[in-house]
Every structure is written in C-alpha cells, then in structure tokens.
Design a protein around this ligand. Structure first.
Ligand code: SF4
Ligand code: SF4
Length: 392
C-alpha cells in the first residue's frame, strides 16, 4: 500500500475550489482511474454523525463529498453516499440527516444515490484482534469500492477523529452502542477500529479528509469550527491520521488511535512522505486539542479505595447541564452501560449520570442534540493542561 499523503490548500467551501483541490490530491496519488473503474459501485463513506448543518463542522462538508462523487461519475461509476449516524439506522433518521447535512442537495444536483438500504451483514474477520465477527452496513459490503470521506475533528473519547475513527460508522446504528459497551476501554475500542479497517482492507481505495474547517474543543459534535484550509488524501488511513494529528498540533504519542497503530506495527515513526503542498504551512499551533483519558498511570501506586477520587480529579468526564436539558432521552437510550437515568428536577424530567457506572465513552456528549452535555475536567487535569498550553 502506498503510504504517501497528498495535501492541497483550499481556502473555503466554494464548490469549484473544493473540486479543484480534491482533483489535485487525487491526481497527486495517481489519478481517479487508478482507484475507480467505469461501471463500479462506489460508496462514499461520509461522516454524517448527526442532524447538523455543514457550518457546524460535525459532518463532512457536502462540497467535499460532491467533488469526490463527481470524479467517480466522470469515470462512469455509480455513486452512493452512505453512513450510519449516531442513532437508529433507518430511512426516517438518515433522510433527515441527508437533508440537514447538504447531502440531499448534492445528490440531486449530481445524480448520486443516497443510501436507502438499511440492512446489515454479519461478517467474519479471522485476523481481527477483538472483532472476529461483527455487523456492517450492507451497502458497504455490496460496494466495489469505498472512498472514506472523513472530517478532521477532536473527539472526547478517541482524542481526534479522521480516517480510522470514521470507519466506526460502518457499524449499523445502535449496534455501535453495543460495541462501546463491549469494548469499554479506549485501548480495546481502538483494536476494534483497526479490525473494521482491516476487514475492508484495499476495498477502501482512498481516504480523503475534509480539513478545510475542522472542529476543535468539545468534538466530535459540540466543538467549535476552526479553519485549517486543506484537503488531504492517502491510500493509508494511519498515515493520513498522522498528518491530521500534526495539522492540529496534537501529541501523536497521546492519541489513542495512533498509539494503537504503533503497537499493532502499522507504522514505525511519524515521518510521512507528503506530496502537493508543505504541511508546515498549515499546522494550527494553538488548536484546542483534547487529550483523552487514556490510562490510569497511578493504578499501581494509589490505594484501591482512593482510585475513584484520583481518577475524577485527573481526567475528564461528561457533565449534564440539567437546567438546559430538554428531557429528549437520547443520551438515556444510547448509554452503553445504562449509566444515565431520567430524574425529576424542578417539575421536569432531566438526564442524570451515575459516575460509578460511567465508562467515559462520551457517546452522550456526542449525541445530545442540544449540546447540553459538556466535557468537565478534573482539577489536576486542568492544572496540568494549563501548564502544557503555556509551554507550547
Ligand atoms: S454516561 Fe455518557 S460517557 Fe458515561 S458511559 Fe454513558 S454514554 Fe458513555
Ligand atoms: S440528550 Fe441532552 S437534552 Fe436529551 S435528555 Fe440527554 S442531556 Fe437532556
């Protein structure tokens, strides 16, 4: 597999400018004919996390998906836009997301299909480390070629999301919640991510990242848009993620997906061959990065009875602003370990977290449609990270 990354600047989401940038990154890697043939079924696996407009930066921008789709159509392929959002995998929910995210408009304009097959297939992957058998979207299973059209964002659980994490959307709807319950710690969860990516293998011909406006802070759904101004692409999702982490000035050795990639010997060092433009011109030094709760370094020398307290002050956790909670129950229904209950407060039902059960997967923070679940940092975490920011 070719590990080089193509990087081209693109100042905004003007459709023609984005098309030219996507054309250039693909040409830098050998041209679209190298990856897609006439008559093939191409599934563009976008990041359609939730019902949100493109300006929120929670989803892959429609101009980027449109540019990829146009290139595929130009060589005579059939294009389907597909993802399984964080929620039920059905027509009603996904159609509302196609509409809000701008996918419906670009599909109508360019003759793309919006996935309407909400079935899934159980697959076996004998090389899987933890995922030897799992369910995937039938549309991805049936596709001849997949193009992973990801979005660069911070991610409370995984540190950041780009190419590798985006493939978690290959798992249908609420099965994702089950998987969070099954692979509770980030280490095992990352193993599962690489099992998904490994299962698809070369069928994912290209990974193309929308990093024109990324998301910083409380990603992947409630952060703040931050301009970077690039499109990147690679055949290798790990190298694309290394470049993504460099763009947001994240510590590569603290990003769980990249730590896992290293331990699985998917890369040796973080040097990447970059073609197109220089990475250095686009690194955002003061990008608001999340350092996730990776491990418990104190586990061996703090008494068991103190560990909950120490963990609380040293890490981050979700916190519900009950005053603004609308009682929609979405977090309650999706918490993989049933740590959330609906309680009476001032005459209304609001969500409440039992931190003794919470595994800090941040699914609730990701899915709350009203953005009332925030990431709360313990006091020691805040002090350590404030000092780090001053030093950088
Ligand atoms: S309360 Fe939120 S962060 Fe905690 S386990 Fe449930 S969904 Fe995950
Ligand atoms: S998803 Fe948000 S608004 Fe809905 S119940 Fe949970 S905290 Fe409240």
């Amino acid at each position: 597999m070719d590990r080089k990354v193509a990087l081209i600047g693109c100042e905004d989401y003007n459709e023609e400018k984005v098309y030219q940038a996507v054309l250039r990154v693909v040409n830098e890697l050998g041209g679209i004919n190298k990856f897609v043939q006439s008559g093939q079924k191409v599934a563009i696996k976008a990041n359609l996390l939730m019902k949100a407009t493109p300006e929120k930066c929670a989803t892959t921008h429609p101009s980027v998906v449109s540019a990829i789709g146009r290139l595929c159509k130009e060589v005579g392929a059939e294009v389907t836009i597909v993802d399984s959002a964080g929620g039920p995998y059905n027509a009603m929910y996904m159609n509302s997301i196609y509409k809000s995210s701008g996918m419906q408009d670009i599909a109508e304009k360019n003759g793309f299909l919006l996935n309407q097959n909400f079935n899934y297939v159980s697959v076996e992957y004998e090389n899987g480390v933890v995922g030897k058998k799992f369910d995937i979207l039938q549309t991805l299973y049936d596709a001849d070629v997949i193009i992973n059209a990801c979005k660069l964002k911070t991610h409370a659980f995984a540190g950041f999301t780009n190419a590798v994490k985006n493939m978690f959307g290959a798992i249908p709807g609420l099965t994702k919640v089950e998987m969070h319950g099954k692979y509770r710690d980030i280490d095992t969860f990352c193993d599962f991510l690489y099992d998904i990516v490994g299962y698809f293998g070369d069928k994912i011909a290209l990974h193309i990242s929308d990093a024109i406006d990324a998301m910083e802070g409380e990603g992947p759904s409630n952060g703040t848009p931050r301009h970077i101004g690039v499109i990147t692409a690679s055949q290798d999702p790990v190298t694309l993620d290394i470049v993504g982490a460099k763009l947001i000035n994240a510590d590569i050795d603290k990003m769980p997906t990249l730590m896992k990639a290293k331990s699985r010997k998917l890369y040796e060092n973080a040097d990447c061959e970059i073609v197109g433009e220089s990475l250095d011109n686009y690194i955002v030094k003061d990008f608001d990065v999340i350092e996730p709760n990776i491990r418990k370094p104190y586990a061996n020398y703090v008494p068991q009875c103190m560990q909950n307290f120490v963990h609380k002050v040293m890490t981050q956790r979700p916190k519900i602003n009950q005053k603004h909670c609308r009682g929609c129950r979405k977090c309650f229904e999706h918490c993989p370990v049933k740590a959330i209950s609906m309680v009476d407060k001032n005459g209304k039902k609001v969500a409440s977290i039992d931190y003794n059960k919470c595994i800090k997967c941040f699914c609730c923070q990701e899915l709350c449609p009203f953005g009332v679940i925030k990431i709360k940092s313990g006091i020691i975490y805040r002090v350590v990270h404030a000092n780090k920011k001053k030093r950088s």
